[in-house]
Design a binder for this molecule. Structure first.
Ligand SMILES: Nc1ncnc2c1ncn2[C@@H]1O[C@H](COP(=O)(O)OP(=O)(O)OP(=O)(O)O)[C@@H](O)[C@H]1O
Ligand SMILES: N[C@@H](CCO)C(=O)O
Length: 292
């Protein structure tokens, strides 16, 4: 049995830890079967091939949640680069939880997602849901609450470009730089941006969505992690982007606009001018996991 789980763009501008959407590429693939002992081998980007792999962590968590003792043999094709901002650990965590759910016949979405979030906790120290949840549902998701799990889904299908520079930002580090509190004016601004963005998304008004890709909760404090940001943003806007922002905690950058191919090329060339290699994924937003 095999499952394919897409990368995800979390935060999506003003929706820190709340907004997220799955994208067509890149993705992880997990082949799995029940076995008499646990094993995982990894192809593609290097991640641990032992019990610390978040796919194993999530699978084991789901089994213990339902009181079962089952081992899986896993083969992970790691297509999403770790520490990319594209939900790499989230994709593997969801893949592991789905694999165990398939073997045990678990259909409870909340259990599957909670187990996947334990994989995220193992990866970065916090069980945030804004990668595993959109990767599961395939829609643009708004997480109202994690306990109980309440998710609002907006079906979307629009072109997006994601540009991944050859730098790494561990989510754990990017979360350490966040403040305990933010100024009231910034919280009010994010309520304005986030609620307006949801309405624009529901209306399919991508130009307005692009204008709303701003954030005052995390971005200002993480700005110093992205010294290349102004150059990349300028290139995107000059190439016609409706808007551009950091995917998740970065470094991946995403943009929407009329011609995402041209926009992606402009952003990648801007990185190259800063002696940073960059890979552009011209893809679509609104994709979730698939059995295959
Ligand atoms: N299957 C896996 N996929 C990705 N990371 C894994 C996996 N298994 C273990 N890890 C470890 O989890 C850590 C990834 O944490 P981090 O959250 O920073 O990266 P990430 O999830 O790839 O981030 P991002 O969401 O920015 O893509 C790394 O130390 C990595 O080695
Ligand atoms: N929402 C998380 C990242 C999710 O990939 C953060 O910004 O730390």
């Amino acid at each position: 049995m095999r499952v394919r789980v897409p990368a995800t763009v979390a935060n999506f501008g003003p929706g820190f830890d709340v907004f997220g959407v799955g994208i067509g590429e890149p993705h992880d693939e997990l082949r799995f079967r029940e076995s008499d002992e646990w094993s995982i081998n990894v192809r593609g980007f290097p991640v641990p091939a032992d019990g610390s792999n978040v796919a194993v962590v999530a699978a084991k968590t789901l089994a213990s949640m339902v009181g079962e003792e089952v081992a899986l043999r896993m083969e992970l094709k790691k297509g999403i680069r770790p520490r990319s901002g594209l939900g790499s650990s989230g994709a593997s965590s969801l893949a592991g939880s789905l694999a165990m759910a398939k073997v045990l016949g678990v259909e409870d979405e909340e259990l599957i997602l909670k187990a996947a979030m334990e994989g995220e906790r193992a990866a970065c120290g916090s069980a945030h849901g804004d990668n595993v949840v959109p990767a599961y549902y395939g829609d643009f998701t708004v997480i109202e609450s994690l306990n109980p799990l309440r998710v609002h889904r907006i079906p979307v299908d629009f072109h997006v470009v994601v540009v991944l520079p050859s730098v790494e930002i561990p989510t754990r580090e990017a979360r350490k730089v966040l403040p305990e509190k933010v100024p009231l004016k910034d919280a009010v601004k994010n309520v304005a941006l986030a609620s307006s963005l949801v309405k624009a998304l529901q209306e399919g008004d991508l130009k307005t969505v692009g204008r709303l890709l701003d954030d005052r909760l995390a971005f200002p404090y993480r700005r110093r992690l992205y010294p290349w940001w102004e150059t990349a943003k300028k290139a995107a806007i000059e190439a016609g982007a409706y808007g551009v922002s950091i995917s998740g905690s970065g470094p991946a950058v995403f943009a929407i606009g009329e011609d995402v191919t041209e926009i992606g090329k402009a952003i990648a060339e801007a990185f190259n001018r800063m002696d940073i290699e960059a890979e552009a994924y011209i893809t679509v937003a609104g994709r979730g996991f698939e059995w295959f």
